[in-house]
Design a protein around this ligand. Structure first.
Ligand code: GAL
Length: 373
């Protein structure tokens, strides 16, 4: 189990505000100074709709949010959609029926919630889009995420550096073979990760010293429905057997740890992972425990650490502001157009992790030293 924070300073501050408000509300007449609203604040329930338990990160996201919202005085209703759109829609419907005032949603399919969020809006509930942007609706009040394009840049940049492409700049005439994987086509983040990575990789592909052996260079050829590791494994099996008879795969752009693990399984079956034929450079995202262990065992090469405790904290701060009719703090009000509105966002910074700085995860308290040993 990942270690988790219980009461971060920011959440403690929210709790303190609520307590002060509560005392004011219970004491003499509040003279317009109290921000405490009995209906919106302590005691009201926050609906948290997460996509799946099949990936460790969402389990932690849900737990972190439940703990932090509860520490701030709210009740929580945490639901997982099992990666099925109809489940998630039904869960959100249910939350509306139960009268929840705030919904925090990480969509399974970004475009499938338009109707249900209209009903949420009619019921007066506020909506926070969590990590993944909800598309095609004006009824989303705020977006808490990471700088998603930067995630892709870190992945693409890692491949370039690890293969030594910048230094060689084609002078040695050496070429490297890579394969490219993208995330789920119905997740808005997929495009951002891909674009970020391709901004870095494309010049090298055009210069000819990075060769995509399969020729599959379009995002639509590289997507992985629902980010499924098994699906990625099958595609990698197929790419190896069709395109790598005599050549070696030198690098794989993988946007997510679950995909990386699938890709590495396919490589292992094809004879990679030995001294004579080491694994290629394989990127990832989420710093999931299985991938960190794989990095330490020289399987996967890199991942992108996104501290989900901080993301949960951001959602709590945003939610608390929205429930009190205040403007949440945003640091990006231009980039995340969902087709109906530019959703104001707070974006956190992702960090690239490989074997050289993996200790960071222990220093930050994200994992214990025992978990990594
Ligand atoms: C994305 C998310 C990634 C990864 C992926 C698969 O939306 O930003 O961090 O978790 O889903 O779950």
């Amino acid at each position: 189990m990942r270690t988790r924070t219980h009461l971060t300073p920011a959440v403690a501050a929210v709790t303190a505000t609520l307590l002060v408000g509560l005392l004011t509300a219970c004491g003499q007449e509040a003279r317009g100074g109290s921000r405490y609203q009995p209906d919106a604040g302590k005691g009201s329930t926050v609906g948290i709709a997460m996509p799946t338990k099949s990936s460790e990160r969402w389990i932690t996201d849900g737990q972190n949010m439940a703990e932090q919202f509860e520490a701030a005085g709210y009740r929580t209703d945490l639901q997982y959609g099992d990666n099925k759109v109809e489940n998630q829609v039904a869960q959100i419907e249910n939350m509306i029926t139960k009268g929840h005032r705030l919904l925090v949603v990480a969509p399974i399919d970004g475009s499938a919630l338009t109707d249900v969020l209209r009903r949420a809006h009619e019921s007066g509930a506020k909506v926070i889009s969590y990590d993944r942007l909800v598309l095609g609706t004006e009824h989303v009040d705020a977006y808490a995420s990471f700088d998603n394009e930067r995630v892709g840049e870190l992945q693409g940049g890692y491949l370039v550096e690890a293969l030594g492409l910048d230094e060689e700049s084609g002078e040695s005439g050496e070429t490297y073979s890579v394969e490219l994987f993208a995330g789920s086509p119905d997740d808005n983040n997929t495009r951002y990760f891909w674009d970020g990575a391709m901004n870095v990789l494309e010049p090298h592909i055009e210069a000819g010293h990075l060769v995509v052996g399969s020729g599959q260079t379009r995002m639509s050829q590289a997507t992985t429905l629902r980010w499924d590791g098994g699906t990625a494994q099958k595609r990698m099996d197929d790419l190896i057997s069709r395109h790598y008879g005599s050549t070696t795969v030198d690098g794989v752009l993988s946007p997510y740890d679950g995909i990386s693990i699938g890709v590495i399984s396919a490589l292992r079956s094809a004879g990679y992972g030995t001294e004579a034929r080491p694994y290629p450079v394989v990127t990832g995202q989420d710093a999931e425990l299985a991938s960190i262990k794989s990095i330490l065992a020289e399987g996967q090469t890199q991942t992108v650490f996104k501290d989900t405790r901080k993301l949960a904290e951001q959602a709590v701060l945003m939610g608390d502001a929205l429930l009190n009719d205040e403007e949440p703090e945003f640091n990006n009000t231009t980039d995340y157009d969902n087709g109906e509105k530019v959703v104001p966002a707070y974006l956190l910074e992702p960090v690239s992790v490989d074997a050289s700085n993996v200790d960071l995860l222990v220093e930050e308290g994200y994992y214990s030293a025992e978990q990594l040993s």
